[in-house]
Write a protein that binds this ligand. Structure first.
Ligand code: ADP
Ligand code: MG
Length: 706
């Protein structure tokens, strides 16, 4: 193939430098064509200085260097080090002097290296206890008759070599060779989507230069400016997408304006049986201000478990009802929908508001009647799950929709609830509630289209929760603890990971209930609770637990969301390392909801490092924000950004929170850009728009933006 025929879509197997087996192996890494190669960013760079004599190496080392160096010499001695068993010390010498090579955890080196052998070793030299040493160098044998005199030349020249993400079949240097072969031709084909004036004012290199420097830098500054340009591109495209979406929502969609008079305000306040915390009062105001406008609200309400989000939701929904319109509350599970309905009913005792619970188990005529009264507007407030409410329900006029996400960490697909009048531009005000604090970095990106309200304060009088962890041997004490609490008139939960006995050897509900009821908890009244029970049975059990006829619920994670029984003070979580951190935090939130102190006991024998870290984080803190940050650390932002839940393509170059400043810049630019040319329809923005839709059109649902 001639260079002239090369395009960005040329398959790798057509390249002269890549044979069929190599192309196939690269294909398995997701590298198919020339463009994929350009986009395959090095994950680091190795800086290597050329071969120098050992005395020169010593000088460079004593000056302190970050560079690798190549050294040639003859092995003078090989010894096992003292102290740590797996340490081999090798002295390497040439005509000018000698240095030490130290190999940790590579005992076989003692058999491979012998005095008199000539080798080349590469690594970073440093001074250690008055000697110069290279730890864990890479090395290979050279010919025995090779000269040991370093060639004279530019001693300060440093080669910067990209180290690529590689696979077992394709090492980094093979990838480097293929990329080197296409680089100059390929970058010349790149069209830049950023106008030159914009690039200049931001001090960003053009796209061709950026890719050339990414793969073949000569200076460190070239690496950083290439990365800056490419990271900025990723962040800018994302922010443009988010802002375009926001523009569409604010200009093309309309919601009912629900201004809140003093009279409405005081009627709503009368429904809240306690003094709201300052934080609750603040977010109720923020939401109220949104609802007063005909621009559809799109707001995320963040507040830790137990921070009191329910009454905030109630206030928002009543603002719709006060205007003769409807509201809906969407819960993640039927159990939680039932509980929300119960809580709201009791808050609305004696009010003229008609509230209905709509679940999958309401069928036949009852269902038909209910749907009719929702369609006619007789029902003011509907509580149900997402599945139920989006299926076949048409509202008379739904003005406020609240989604209780609990701890799901996702991009919020706006719940598409229907009104009877089919008017695509009318939509309800949306409030999404989550107990997962979202680190600021994430909220700016994924949640960039949402306004955010935060409840950062707990209602007064909350008892603290103590968390401990133990292995199986400590389980007996934990059960004894729950039995003691029951004797004091308290209640508790024992949570297990699975319902039925499974091959994984995890504690299962049925077996565990039996062994607890015959052993440590034989004086307690126990009941099993899991997601497979029908609603009536579940209801009955919850009712008995709530009014104290059952002491301990042995349950799966069905109880993780929202179950609110203030007398429950102890929760034991079996095989705790099997649960996610957010999930553990939610489960723990089931206790300490009253005035008596809560206890959470995590029983586990972690088999993975991550499992152990999750347990440690739980013991360390009860602060939801800290838990979320720890979760981000343990799982890594890559997983969150690339997660199926978010549907967001992962960044290749940008990395958060490291690139936070760049993100802020991109966001400011995106806002200004969209203000000027909201749908990027100007001819000079055509390429940018194409790239934006390609990267984010699908997951952001920008199709309807045109
Ligand atoms: P979450 O944010 O987890 O949904 P809830 O709304 O269920 O929290 O509130 C947790 C508990 O705290 C409930 O029993 C609720 O009645 C109570 N609560 C909420 N706000 C206050 C407050 N300002 N003062 C006292 N109790 C409150
Ligand atoms: Mg709640």
């Amino acid at each position: 193939m001639t260079a002239a025929a090369l395009t960005l879509t040329t398959p790798i197997h057509d390249l002269p430098d890549a044979g069929e087996p190599l192309a196939a192996a690269m294909h398995r890494m997701g590298l198919r064509c020339v463009a994929d190669l350009l986009l395959h960013a090095p994950n680091r760079y190795r800086r290597t200085r050329p071969w120098q004599s050992l005395s020169q190496v010593a000088m460079v080392a004593s000056a302190g260097t970050k560079d690798d160096m190549e050294v040639h010499g003859e092995v003078a001695s090989v010894q096992r080090g003292f102290g740590r068993a797996a340490k081999i010390e090798v002295v390497l010498e040439d005509d000018s002097g000698d240095i030490d090579l130290v190999f940790f955890n590579q005992p076989w080196i003692q058999r491979k290296l012998h005095p008199g052998m000539r080798i080349v070793a590469t690594g970073r030299p440093r001074e250690y206890r008055g000697r110069v040493q290279i730890a864990n160098p890479e090395w290979r044998r050279t010919e025995d008759d090779a000269s040991l005199t370093a060639p004279s030349g530019d001693q300060d020249h440093v080669a910067i070599c990209p180290v690529y993400p590689a696979s077992e079949d394709v090492p980094s240097d093979r990838i480097a060779a293929v990329i080197e072969g296409i680089l100059d031709t390929a970058v010349a084909l790149l069209e830049d989507h950023l106008p030159e004036s914009f690039r200049k004012s931001h001090g960003l290199p053009d796209l061709a230069t950026a890719y050339r420097h990414l793969h073949r830098p000569e200076l460190d500054e070239q690496v950083s400016s290439a990365r800056r340009r490419l990271a900025f591109d990723e962040l800018l495209l994302l922010q443009l997408g988010v802002m375009m979406k926001r523009f569409h929502r604010r200009t093309h969609l309309r919601a009912a304006a629900l201004p809140c008079s003093d009279e409405v305000q005081s009627r709503i306040s009368a429904r809240i049986p306690f003094t709201p915390t300052d934080a609750q009062a603040r977010v109720i105001d923020e939401i109220g201000a949104d609802l007063a406008k005909d621009i559809p609200m799109n707001r995320l309400l963040q507040g830790d478990v137990g921070s009191g989000k329910t009454v905030v939701a109630l206030a928002a929904m009543l603002q719709a009802v006060a205007h003769g319109k409807q509201a809906a509350l969407i819960a993640p599970t039927e159990l939680l929908a039932e509980q929300h309905a119960r809580t709201l009913r009791s808050l609305l005792t004696d009010a003229t508001v008609r509230l209905e619970l709509l679940t999958g188990s309401i069928t036949g005529t009852a269902r038909r009647d209910l749907l009719e009264s929702i369609a006619s507007g007789e029902v003011d407030l509907v509580v149900g799950t997402h599945a139920v409410l989006t299926q076949d329900v048409a509202f008379q006029e739904l003005a406020v929709a609240v989604t209780d996400e609990q701890h799901r960490f996702g991009v919020h697909q706006r719940a598409s609830l229907r009104n009877k009048a089919a008017d695509d531009s009318r939509c309800p005000h949306q409030l999404v509630m989550t107990a997962t604090p979202i680190p600021r970095t994430l909220s700016l990106t994924i949640f960039g289209d949402l306004d955010i309200s935060i409840i950062d304060e707990m209602p007064p009088g909350r008892a603290p929760i103590t968390t401990t962890s133990t292995d199986r041997a400590g389980a007996a004490d934990a059960y004894e603890g729950i039995a003691t609490a029951v004797r004091r008139g308290e209640r508790g939960y024992v949570v297990v990971p699975v319902i039925e006995e499974s091959s994984a050897g995890l504690t299962d509900l049925e077996t565990h209930l039996e062994s607890l009821s015959m052993g440590p908890l034989k004086h307690c009244r126990l009941a099993a609770m899991n997601g497979r029970l029908d609603v009536a049975t579940r209801d009955a059990i919850m009712e008995q637990f709530r009014n104290g006829k059952i002491d301990v619920l042995v349950a799966t994670t069905v109880i993780e969301v929202g179950v609110d029984v203030p007398e429950a003070t102890t929760i034991i979580i079996e095989d705790a390392d099997r649960f996610g951190l957010a999930q553990l935090h939610q489960l723990r939130g089931r206790v300490g909801r009253g005035s008596r102190p809560g206890r959470c006991v995590l029983i586990s024998e972690p088999t993975t490092d991550e499992g152990a870290k999750r347990i440690a984080a739980m013991v360390e803190t009860t602060d939801g924000f800290k838990i979320a940050e720890r979760d981000l650390e343990i799982r890594g932002p890559g997983e969150l950004f690339g997660s199926k839940q978010s549907g967001l393509p992962p960044f290749r170059i940008a990395s958060l929170p490291a690139d936070l400043e760049l993100l802020a810049l991109a966001r400011r630019d995106a806002i200004a850009w969209i203000e000027q040319d909201p749908l990027l329809t100007l001819p000079e923005h055509a390429l940018l728009r194409r790239r934006l839709l390609k990267a984010h059109g699908r997951w952001l649902g920008l199709g309807d933006v045109g």
